[in-house]
Design a protein around this ligand. Structure first.
Ligand code: GH3
Ligand code: MG
Length: 334
């Protein structure tokens, strides 16, 4: 609980004697930081340079009277939170009601009762302190929630990335293919899929070590990302040394072309592989398929078909592209 001396008080009254009497009372109650203004204009100047916790405001003043200043304060977002106690010789119920309706916290009649002044002043300040504290907690909570949302977003991102290669992982792929498929169905578009797998990778690991194997996976992932570059395309590590590419709104011919480029790009990396029967370098085999989304088809069908094409590519000697469309393999394309 703060001490009385921590509060900043502002007295607004055109009568010097009134100001002094009020100030003396407040000082006796323990308040130390008290400023006084003799009219509305001076009060507004003080308000722009200080943070006040309470304003004790006279009603009858020349130029800007207490009602006008009160209206001004309550209309200003930066000042409206400061409690105002009206102090007036006007002892009319209408005036009290008017001030309370305008947002004054309380009302005291002049000449005021010292005990009442003390009780109302400290009640107002305590309410203000609680409101300020609440506002600080609200801001802290808001800040904490913002940070939490950022961390959650980062976690969500990380949970969808493959730890070794940094590209999308299987989980990301599972979500992405479902989304891409429903868009393709809605737009009546063709969606293509490439699944590819490093040839003789077991032999590569056995011969050059697991670390070299990891490095090779990273390089292949990088090259795939470089080759597949449309914003909605997705390259993901499907598992082990197998990768998958989603190509939304892409015809089979386009997907074949990309698959051939990809095969060439990987071979062009010229990662030595003396134990491959397909090439002197690390190579990949690719299965490609494309389908017009819709009807009673689901996306599991294109995954299965691309897999079948990949199987064929492996069977036919590896380091090649095989295409699958609607149940028929189109044969060898290198
Ligand atoms: P194929 O030419 O028919 O594709 O045969 P392959 O040897 O490439 O495939 P196989 O399935 O027999 O072996 C795959 C190897 O890939 C075995 C496994 O040790 C390796 N592998 C899978 N994931 C990783 C990885 O994260 N890092 C490394 N270094 N090797 C991996
Ligand atoms: Mg392999």
């Amino acid at each position: 609980m703060p001490n009385h001396e921590d509060f900043n008080l502002l007295i607004v009254d055109d009568n010097e004697m009134n100001r002094d009497v009020l100030r003396r009372h407040l000082v006796r109650q323990g308040y130390q930081q008290i400023l006084a203004a003799e009219n509305g204009k001076e009060a507004l100047e003080m308000l722009s340079g200080h943070n006040f916790d309470l304003i004790l405001l006279d009603i009858q003043m020349p130029q800007m009277n207490g009602y006008e200043l009160l209206a001004y304060l309550k209309a200003d977002l930066k000042l409206s939170h400061i409690p105002v106690i009206m102090i007036s010789a006007v002892d009319e119920i209408d005036s009290v009601v008017r001030c309370i309706e305008m947002g004054a916290e309380d009302y005291l009649h002049k000449p005021f009762n010292r005990v009442l002044l003390k009780a109302r002043t400290s009640a107002c300040l305590e309410k203000k302190r609680l409101r300020d504290q609440e506002e600080i907690y609200r801001q802290q909570l808001e800040e904490a929630n913002k940070k939490l949302a950022e961390v959650n977003q980062q976690l969500e991102q990380l949970s969808k990335l493959d730890g070794l290669t940094g590209i999308a992982n299987r989980r990301y792929f599972d979500d992405a293919i479902a989304k891409a498929w429903s868009i393709a169905v809605a737009e009546k578009q063709t969606i293509a899929l490439i699944i590819f797998d490093i040839d003789f990778f077991k032999q590569f690991n056995d011969a050059y070590g697991h670390q070299a194997g990891d490095e090779c996976l990273k390089q292949v992932a990088r090259v795939a990302q470089r080759t597949i570059k449309r914003p909605h395309d997705v390259v993901a590590r499907y598992g082990g040394e197998e990768f998958v590419v989603i190509l939304p709104n892409t015809p089979l011919s386009g997907a074949e072309k990309l698959a051939r480029e990809l095969r060439q790009d990987v071979e062009n990396l010229q990662i030595n592989h003396a134990y491959s029967a397909a090439s002197m370098y690390v190579t990949i085999s690719l299965g490609v398929t494309a389908v017009l989304a819709g009807g009673d088809r689901g996306y599991s069908e294109i995954i299965a078909n691309a897999d079948k094409a990949l199987f064929l590519a492996k069977q036919q000697g590896k380091n090649q592209v095989q295409v699958w469309h609607d149940g028929l393999s189109a044969g060898l394309i290198t």
